[in-house]
Design a binder for this molecule. Structure first.
Ligand code: RP5
Length: 166
């Protein structure tokens, strides 16, 4: 039996270094839900579950996963390791962990040496939501329904800001 969760038809694999990253990454999951993007969420640490991580990424690719969103804190190597294991796009979300307000995670995720790219987003919830939206933009290149839902999302967002200003 697989020691991770799978969802039929998932296009995005959200991977976290720890269940403690879930409060931020739940918002990424909710954003993907809002865009109607099937996805699955798993806590699989790069350093505590490296064999499981390799198996998961290989199997997810075989199932047709289009891209991965990877969230980790501290010496945050999860996104870089996943990027090494796949040729699908990897979006990195630096988490605020136990110190340095997430700056350690940001630098660990963004400072990939040349050759294996990780698209890195802001620390914490803003980056988690933006990574989900960016996943939507990538998928919308080949999916008009997702593109329409992204446009609707932006219109709703603009309407909220406008109504506060009235
Ligand atoms: C990282 O260390 C995780 O991604 C998390 O952000 C941080 C703390 O993990 P826990 O000690 O809460 O499991 O691996």
């Amino acid at each position: 039996m697989a020691d991770y969760t799978t969802v039929d038809g998932a296009m995005v694999g959200v991977i976290m270094g720890s269940a403690s990253d879930w409060p931020a990454m739940r918002e990424a999951s909710e954003t993907l839900d809002e865009l109607g993007i099937a996805h699955e969420c798993n806590a699989i640490s790069a350093h505590r579950h490296h064999e499981r991580l390799s198996r998961y990424v290989a199997e997810a690719e075989q199932r047709g996963m289009k891209l991965f969103i990877c969230a980790a804190g501290g010496a945050a190597h999860l996104a870089g390791v996943v990027a090494a294991l796949t040729d699908r796009p990897v979006l990195g979300c630096p988490m605020k962990a136990w110190s340095l307000e997430g700056l350690d995670s940001l630098l660990s995720t963004v400072q990939m040496p040349k050759g294996i790219p990780v698209a890195t987003f802001a620390i914490g919830v803003p980056g988690a939501v933006n990574a989900a939206l960016f996943a939507g933009y990538i998928l919308a290149l080949g999916d008009d329904a997702i593109r329409d839902r992204l446009r609707a999302f932006r219109q709703r967002q603009s309407a909220v800001i406008q109504s506060l200003g009235d």
